[in-house]
Write a protein that binds this ligand. Structure first.
Ligand SMILES: NC(=O)c1ccc[n+]([C@@H]2O[C@H](COP(=O)([O-])OP(=O)(O)OC[C@H]3O[C@@H](n4cnc5c(N)ncnc54)[C@H](O)[C@@H]3O)[C@@H](O)[C@H]2O)c1
Length: 339
């Protein structure tokens, strides 16, 4: 299966490695806006370099494309692929607005291509185990879920991410991972009340979205890009259920979490603990694998079999972008927004 990647910035390398490690896929070309970085990327990954998307698609005629351009360009780039019947894996957030997302998905549907939003958390070790625990009843009735994702503003991030109209900061770019997982693992949304604070970029770089799901579960999704430099990237999940409480934490560097867990200081921390009714704390082993690789293998298998991906569906991708829009409207108005 011949692959191309459109956009060769921060996230493209993870997809390039995933394609190259996938036995049924081959990375043939990559496209970026500027000649020098795209040629460097292509050299590192042994493929051709382009600065013109149309020229790459017409000359290479790939089977599939991964869209790794800034979010506000996703509709444009997915559309160019769909018009040529090229299957697409598109980075998150799918688009900036529900209207753009709807147009993108209608185009995909009308061209009959295999399409998936790259919501990698749905493939991520730890989150996968948790979803299995919800499904096999181990957690019992879910009462509350608290998902958190924080980072400092690393120099690796491009300026568009911190433009309120283009990337939207933590609210626009980071929160979507957890909102998406909540839709997947807990269920459809009913309403949201968001507390959010802007920093000097004009973006809501601190946000707490209080979500009510249609099944009555309450969840809190939190994202921040305002940690001080040096604070490790991290995420966590706390779930309270009638049969068990689960805590899952990841931190990419030394932090207070390490002291709490009693481990010797190390570069990163990843642990999942469960308290089952009537028993004490147990550690849950978290599987070790590359989630981008797992996501790519799943997408390739769907293309090979010509079937619609079931782990990330267009319908849920649309609901998630509607929720992202509702979070923003709630923060702007300081009111509850119903979906
Ligand atoms: N899944 C994840 O964990 C994750 C992490 C980071 C970013 N992302 C998402 O991936 C997407 C890209 O983010 P990034 O941080 O890699 O961005 P980036 O700014 O680092 O890279 C964007 C790339 O797109 C190219 N580009 C821009 N305009 C173009 C055009 N008109 N034609 C062709 N190429 C063009 C740029 O040259 C650059 O190579 C975003 O939607 C972002 O939210 C996902």
């Amino acid at each position: 299966m011949k692959f191309v990647i459109i956009g060769c910035g921060l996230i493209a390398g993870s997809h390039a490695n995933a394609i190259q490690n996938c036995k049924d896929a081959q990375l043939t070309a990559v496209c970026g806006r500027r000649k020098e970085p795209v040629e460097k990327f292509a050299g590192e990954h042994g493929c051709r370099a382009y600065t013109d998307v149309e020229a790459m698609l017409d000359e290479i005629r790939p089977d599939a494309a991964v869209i790794c351009t800034p979010t506000f360009l996703h509709e444009q780039h997915v559309s160019r692929c769909a018009d040529r019947k090229i299957h697409v894996l598109c980075e998150k957030p799918l688009e900036k607005t529900p209207a753009a997302c709807r147009r993108l998905l209608d185009k995909v549907e009308s061209q009959g291509i295999v399409f998936m939003t790259a919501q990698v958390v749905r493939f991520w070790a730890g989150y996968v185990e948790l979803k299995e625990m919800f499904e096999n009843g181990e957690m019992g009735k879910i009462y509350m879920a608290h998902l958190r994702r924080v980072s400092h503003r690393s120099k690796q991030y491009s300026p568009w991410i911190f433009d309120p109209a283009l990337g939207g900061g933590a609210m626009g770019d980071m929160l979507v991972h957890d909102v998406d997982y909540l839709r997947y693992a807990i269920g459809p949304f009913q309403s949201v009340f968001a507390h959010a604070v802007k920093d000097e970029t004009g973006c809501y770089n601190n946000v707490m979205a209080n979500i009510v799901h249609k099944n009555g579960v309450h969840s809190l999704a939190e994202a921040s890009f305002t940690q001080q430099t040096g604070y490790p990237f991290g995420f966590s999940v706390d779930i309270a259920g009638s049969e068990a409480t689960v805590e899952y934490q990841y931190s990419s560097g030394a932090s207070t979490l390490i002291k709490r867990s009693g481990n010797a200081p190390s570069k990163s921390l990843c642990e999942m603990r469960i308290w089952k009714k009537g028993t004490g704390q147990e550690m849950i082993p978290v599987r070790q694998y590359d989630a981008y690789q797992r996501q790519m293998e799943y997408f390739v298998e769907c293309v090979k079999q010509g079937r619609r991906p079931r782990i990330v569906t267009p319908e849920q991708s649309y609901e998630v972008i509607c929720m992202m829009d509702a979070v923003k409207r709630s923060a702007d108005s300081n009111e509850v927004v119903y979906l």
